[in-house]
Ligand binder design. Sequence first.
Ligand SMILES: N[C@@H](CCC(=O)N[C@@H](CS)C(=O)NCC(=O)O)C(=O)O
Length: 209
Amino acid sequence: MIDLYTWTTPNGRKVSIALEEMGLPYTAHAVDIGKDEQFKPEFLKVAPNNRIPAIVDRDNGLSLMESGAIMIYLADKCGKFLPKSGAARYRTFEWLMWQMGGPGPMLGQVHHFVKYNPGKAPYAEERYLKEAHRLYGVLDRRLDGRDFVADEYSIADMAIWPWISRFEWQTIDMAKYPNVKRWYLAIAARPAVRKGYKVPKDAGEIPLP
Ligand SMILES: N[C@@H](CCC(=O)N[C@@H](CS)C(=O)NCC(=O)O)C(=O)O
C-alpha cells in the first residue's frame, strides 16, 4: 500500500496517473498548497523540500519526494512502464529527465507570470512563453512518426502529459503542434489517466483542444 501526498497540479497528477496505470493500491492524502499545508511538520518529515508529490511505501517504510524519483520507484516496484535494462530504459530516463528539467520548471514559470501575474513582468512573460514554444516544438518533433516519447507508453509520457494538460494556461494553440495534440488526446482517453487526473479531488474535466 502506498500513501500518496498530493494536490491537483501537474506534478501531483503524474504520480496518481502512474499509480492508476500500474494498478498499485494507494491512499491519496490531500496537501492543499493554496493553504500552505506543504509546510506542516508532519508533511516535511516525508518531503523536506515542502513540495508535493511525496509517497510512503507502507510495505517497506520508504518515503520519497521528487516526482521523477517516485515515478522510477513505482515503475520498478510494479515492473511496468519502464524497461528493466538496456537502451530503452535509458531512453525512458532521458525523456523523464527532460520533463523534470524542461516542461516542469519552465511551464511552471509560464503559469506564474502569464496566467497569474499578467502585465507585471513583460520580459519574464516573453522569455518563458518563448521557452514554452521551444519545448512544445521539441516534443512535437519527437512525436513525429511515433506514438510515445520512448519506445512504448512509459512513465516519461505520464510525467510530461499533465504539464501539457495546462496548454490553455500556457496560451498554446495545439493546432500548431499536431503530433503533441494526437499524443495528448490518445493519453487523455485512457481510463487510468481520467481517474488519476481527479486525485486527490475532482477539479474539473481534462481540457481537450
Ligand atoms: N521537482 C519537484 C517539483 C514539485 C513542485 O514544484 N510541486 C509544487 C506543485 S506542482 C508544489 O508543491 N508547490 C508548493 C510550493 O511551491 O510551496 C517534483 O517534481 O516533485
